[in-house]
Design a protein around this ligand. Structure first.
Ligand code: 5GP
Ligand code: ZN
Length: 113
């Protein structure tokens, strides 16, 4: 999608520090970390909301969720981790391309924004 920051990271039109990539998604460090380790898992396909997903997209998301724990070394997930998907303005979604926050590296209280 034109003018989508995360699509530009996916297409490599813009450079970011990708630490993992497969046919479904890329993973890179969040520019404004909210935990010691804060990565974003971004599907290569553009969609904004879970509500927009087709069955195929749901399978894609399932594959991403299944892969994240296998990246425990590169994402430093050993002590436990939290996954967050912000949906819409009230949740503070700022990038209109669905992404999964992966937070780890410290004990995290329940700290919604
Ligand atoms: P949201 O608020 O939409 O759930 O999450 C968007 C995330 O993208 C934020 O945590 C923000 O720090 C991150 N982000 C925004 N722009 C950039 C960027 O240019 N590079 C990287 N690596 N992360 C970004
Ligand atoms: Zn996009």
């Amino acid at each position: 999608m034109e003018d989508c920051l995360f699509c530009k990271f996916v297409s490599k039109e813009l450079k970011t520090n990708i630490v993992y990539e497969n046919e479904d998604f890329i993973v890179f460090k969040d520019i404004a970390p909210q935990a010691k380790n804060h990565f974003l898992a971004v599907p290569k396909k553009h969609f904004k909301y879970l509500a927009d997903m087709t069955e195929e997209d749901a399978a894609l998301l399932g594959r991403i969720l299944k892969t994240i724990p296998t990246l425990k070394d590169v994402l430093e997930l050993k002590g436990g981790y939290r996954l967050v998907i912000n949906q819409g303005d009230d949740a503070g979604q700022t990038v209109p391309h669905l992404h999964i926050h992966i937070l780890s590296g410290q004990k995290m209280g329940w700290t919604p924004a």
